[in-house]
Design a binder for this molecule. Structure first.
Ligand SMILES: *Cc1c(COP(=O)(O)O)cnc(C)c1O
Length: 229
């Protein structure tokens, strides 16, 4: 089942990319394995899946140490309390959900204390739609946030782009939110001369088509791979 769903998803990503004149290789499929047991992750790996997303440390640690495969990339996509920053080095290669200066600072310290060999790839979570239920910084806060983290000059944090969670709305409202994230990412990339700030993490099982049309470089898919939670 998982292998079949992955295969048809990859095919769809290819078609959607072609429709937008994009290269499918520029769209990273992240299999969101939160709440799923280790055997589900192993099935996906056997089907060629490389990137996995988790949204709590506890759930992730029931899987990450048991996957003995150095090519697998783990992405932290949930809200992270800064006191749990220590769980990231050595376990996750990416974090999509940085939403405070305090968390950025704690992650930097944790990476240095762990003497990490590779920097942590970091995305800033943006609440584009302004819904109060969502975490993330407002679009207006991003410029000053980036200015401050660049000033802090964290040696083991690589600032790679922006992440957002879409709205539950029609396709055109959804696209507007994703287009807003893309415009913000491009503006920040230029303004601060950050060529590596090139990632847009947006799109889930219900709205990845709109996200790909608006330039997503990472889509985070759970249900469409593993079935309903
Ligand atoms: C759960 C989750 C997803 C995946 O959601 P699906 O609708 O199951 O594809 C993506 N991103 C975040 C941040 C999540 O928490």
């Amino acid at each position: 089942m998982i292998a079949q769903r992955l295969q048809s998803l990859r095919q769809q990503i290819g078609e959607l990319a072609a429709q937008s004149g994009r290269n499918a290789d520029d769209i990273r499929l992240i299999a969101v394995s939160k709440t799923r047991p280790l055997p589900d992750v192993e099935q996906a790996i056997a089907a060629g899946q490389i990137d996995f997303g988790e949204n709590t440390v506890q759930d992730a640690m029931a899987k990450i140490p048991f996957v003995n495969n150095k090519t697998i990339q783990w992405h932290f996509i949930g809200h992270l309390q800064s006191k749990k920053a220590r769980a990231i080095p050595g376990n996750f290669q990416w974090i999509h959900s940085i939403d405070s200066l305090k968390l950025a600072g704690k992650l930097s310290t944790a990476m240095q204390n762990a003497e990490a060999a590779q920097p942590l790839n970091a995305l800033i979570q943006v609440n584009v739609s302004g819904e109060t239920s969502k975490s993330g910084l407002s679009p207006q806060q991003i410029e000053s946030f980036v200015e401050q983290v660049l000033q802090a000059d964290y040696p083991l944090i690589a600032w790679r782009g922006l992440m957002t969670i879409g709205v539950k709305a029609d396709a055109s409202a959804t696209r507007k939110v994703f287009a807003g994230l893309r415009e913000l990412q491009q503006r920040i990339q230029q303004q601060f001369s950050l060529p590596q700030f090139d990632q847009l993490s947006m799109g889930m099982s219900g709205d990845y088509a709109e996200a790909i049309a608006e330039g997503a470089t990472m889509i985070r898919i759970g249900t469409a791979i593993f079935g309903p939670r």
